[in-house]
Design a protein around this ligand. Sequence first.
Ligand SMILES: [Zn+2]
Length: 145
Amino acid sequence: MLGGLARWLRAAGYDAEFEHGIDDSVIVAAALETGRILLSSDGPMFERKVIRDGQVKALFLPRQLNRLEQLAYVVDKLSLKRRPPRCMACAGELQELPKHSVAAEAPPLAYRSCDRFFRCKRCDKLLWRGTHWVEIDARLNEILK
Ligand SMILES: [Zn+2]
């Protein structure tokens, strides 16, 4: 349920990880090991000792929130600030590329209409600042002031 939230957190510049259908104990162990903050709408998860004791920092997300409400809730509770955007697919850092260097690789329409191109350092995906990115950016600006 939180996969959409993870994508938005990445766009806001956070190294958010999301895995579907993995066991609670695996998630908790991973958070303990990496020091990541665990986000979940699963009540029983918060009864685990490592979370109650504060060894794993965790935030409970009310279930009724939609994706952008979830984002606003997390931003507020964790006092998140805007960071350089990360890849929405994998949370990798983005490296800006000179436009001419992607002429052969970028789709022709994107190449004609966009000026800024980036490559994900983790998954190698080519991204460009098109209308979708601009829309996401505007929503993030409303939520992360
Ligand atoms: Zn990526």
